[in-house]
Design a protein around this ligand. Structure first.
Ligand code: BES
Ligand code: MN
Ligand code: ZN
Length: 499
């Protein structure tokens, strides 16, 4: 799909559908740029109080016998001082879905005055993201799939001095939309089509296409690094593990500032010998959503030339069941040298992340590390599907993530990480155990990983709730959401701006 910025005066006859946004308490003066016939219709709807401009309200009508436009959609922005980027994304999504019902192939979004709190570039980025994400569907395995109906989306401007900012936002939003879609696609692929090897190949493909370096280690190379913890999780599967390192150096001047992004890459989580119940298993093809987010974010960071150094790491394997499986009660080693008592083979993500995070700190010299993982069902219980849980040892890294999340519209919430919680992971016969009790299990899962970070500033994003949607809503589609791509991009971009 094409997203463009067009001048009102050159756009007559362009697009079959118009979206015209209004603030609450509609000021008809503001629509004097509309053709008389359309202005009259809008005035009528306002006069009979069918349309008030309340946030989220849509009113659509067809224009008889007209070709372009055929459809007009009035969209309520609500109160001007309450408008924000996420409301713009959601309203745009709603209006696009209405357009699609009317058979729209091309849309023109009409301009409105932005509140002082919203920059033009951010507005355009939000609209482009929402447009691409709303138009997404995962239908490659459907024999009777239909092509997406929407072909183009035009953002209309009146003032010439806004073109540059709008274009900049569209470029950024288009790339972020595209790579969030990449993450959705990787997440939605079933495990028979998304093995560790295929995930590694997807990272390599993304590296070649978007200009970052990718190295893939095979089983014996992983063994040589001493990653016993990671290897234990994957050892039951016939699909061998892969360790993927993605390197992007956009700031040669500041070589010791490196952001590490570590994504959980379990291509299928059966639970291992502590097998999951049948009902919760199909979704476990998405247990590599963290890895998908890292691959998507690396792609966006590199494609947009962010002036920061970022290293992405994914330890990809399948938590399967066979005579070779690791067992509850096993004591295993790790690259960091710590011994781990395995009390639950379904707490596998942290075992792979322990080695991956330690590797990032020790071998890639990252100065800060963020891991992103579908780690605990408890994150879903605590915060639901809308909010990602953070566990962290660094106030400043947390606040950077919160700022990045406010630009992406992805919600995050920090959980406490008091020393006392570490007690729950004490083992009587090894250095640490891989699971505490049910209590505070999102926190203890995070703190398990923290003990492998060598006290570097670290934050853990638990996306078990946010990476998978059980139904469509706004610009989110059922199944893989691609969460994290945009927030991690903004995090890297902000670190470039402060240097
Ligand atoms: N991949 C799961 C977590 C998960 C659950 C993600 C639901 C998405 C939706 C993880 O590996 C897991 O099994 N966690 C266990 C940990 C427990 C055994 C300590 C959990 O949350 O039950
Ligand atoms: Mn598990
Ligand atoms: Zn898992």
């Amino acid at each position: 799909m094409d997203i463009r910025v067009v001048n009102l005066r050159d756009s007559d006859g362009l697009s079959d559908t118009r979206i015209i946004p209004f603030y609450e308490g509609i000021d008809l003066e503001e629509i004097s740029f509309l053709e008389d016939s359309i202005e009259a219709m809008v005035s009528h709807l306002v006069r009979v109080e069918k349309f008030t401009g309340k946030y989220g309200q849509l009113e659509s009508f067809r224009i008889p016998r007209e070709k372009n436009p055929k459809n007009i959609i009035l969209a309520g922005l609500g109160k001007e001082d309450e408008l924000d980027l996420e409301k713009i994304r959601r309203l745009n999504a709603k209006a696009i879905k209405e357009s699609q019902k009317l058979g729209a192939k091309s849309i023109k979004l009409y301009p409105f005055n932005l509140p002082a709190s919203i920059e033009l570039v951010d507005f355009a980025r939000a609209v482009a993201e929402s447009t691409l994400l709303t138009n997404y569907s995962f239908d490659k395995y459907k024999s009777d799939r239909k092509d997406s109906t929407l072909r183009e989306f035009n953002i209309v401007y009146i003032e010439y001095d806004s073109v540059e900012s709008l274009n900049e936002g569209v470029v950024e939003g288009t790339i972020l939309g595209e790579f969030t879609i990449l993450a959705r696609n990787l997440t939605n692929e079933p495990a028979n089509h998304m093995t560790p090897q295929i995930l590694a190949e997807e990272a390599q493909k993304a590296g070649i296409q978007n200009g970052f370096d990718v190295e893939v280690l095979d089983e014996s190379e992983i063994e040589n690094l001493g990653m016993e913890s990671f290897l234990s999780v994957g050892q039951a599967s016939d699909n061998p593990p892969r360790f993927v390192i993605m390197r992007y150096f956009g700031n040669e001047k500041n070589k010791d500032e490196i952001l590490g992004l570590v994504g959980k890459g379990i291509t299928f989580d059966s639970g291992g010998l502590c097998i999951k119940p049948a009902g919760s298993m199909p979704e476990m093809k998405s247990d590599m959503a963290g890895a998908a987010a890292v691959i998507g974010a690396m792609s966006a960071i590199s494609k947009l030339g962010v002036k920061a150094n970022v290293v992405g790491v994914v330890a990809a394997c399948e938590n399967s069941i066979s005579g070779h499986a690791y067992r509850p009660g096993d004591i295993i080693g790790s690259m960091a040298g710590k011994t781990i008592e395995v009390v639950n083979t379904d707490a596998e993500g942290r075992l792979t992340l322990a080695d991956a995070v330690y590797y990032a700190v020790e071998k890639e010299n990252v100065s800060r590390v963020v891991d992103i993982a579908t780690l605990t069902g408890a994150a879903l219980v605590a915060l639901g599907t809308t909010t990602t849980a953070i566990v962290s040892n660094s106030d400043s890294l947390c606040s950077d993530i919160e700022k990045a999340a406010s630009l992406s519209g992805e919600k995050v919430w920090r959980l406490p990480a008091f020393e006392e919680y570490k007690e729950l992971l004490k083992s009587e016969i090894a250095d640490i155990k891989n699971s505490g009790s049910r209590n505070a299990s999102t926190i203890t899962a995070g703190l398990f990983i923290e003990s492998f970070t060598g006290s570097k500033p670290w934050a853990h994003l638990d996306i078990a709730g946010t990476s998978w949607a059980d139904k469509d809503s706004d610009y989110i589609k059922k199944d893989g959401t691609g969460v994290g791509v945009r927030t991690l991009y903004h995090l890297a971009k902000a670190s470039a701006e402060t240097e």
